[in-house]
Ligand binder design. Structure first.
Ligand SMILES: [Zn+2]
Length: 113
């Protein structure tokens, strides 16, 4: 039986999910605590996020940046919120380190922020 190889291709993998880079934890780079130099993370090519597909992580190719930009933006905002960063100077109650102290309470919050 003859097979037409031109149309027989591996089924496309499902869209990979995007996960935080395990190596740099989403930062995309490392800072040298001593020299003050920073270096891009090799694992994610400085993006801070990687594709997670079939149980493996791989760097997001540059060609895909545009397609995933929105998703990355969402992930990044989520990450920064986790860090207590909202794009402005941190209020004391937004700083993770103060979370369980008196200063960690938002005096303006109505309870759910
Ligand atoms: Zn990384």
């Amino acid at each position: 039986m003859r097979q037409d190889l031109t149309i027989k291709s591996k089924p496309a993998s499902p869209k990979p999910s995007i996960v935080r880079c395990a190596s740099c934890d989403g930062f995309g780079w490392f800072e040298d605590d001593f020299g003050g130099e920073s270096a891009y993370c090799d694992w994610c090519a400085g993006v801070g996020y990687v594709y997670h597909r079939d149980g493996r992580d791989s760097a997001i190719p540059k060609a895909d940046y545009e397609a995933v930009a929105e998703e990355l933006e969402g992930l990044e905002q989520k990450r920064l919120r986790e860090l207590g960063y909202q794009g402005a100077a941190k209020k004391p109650w937004q700083q993770q380190i103060r979370k369980d102290t008196q200063l960690g309470r938002n005096p303006y919050a109505d309870g759910d922020t």
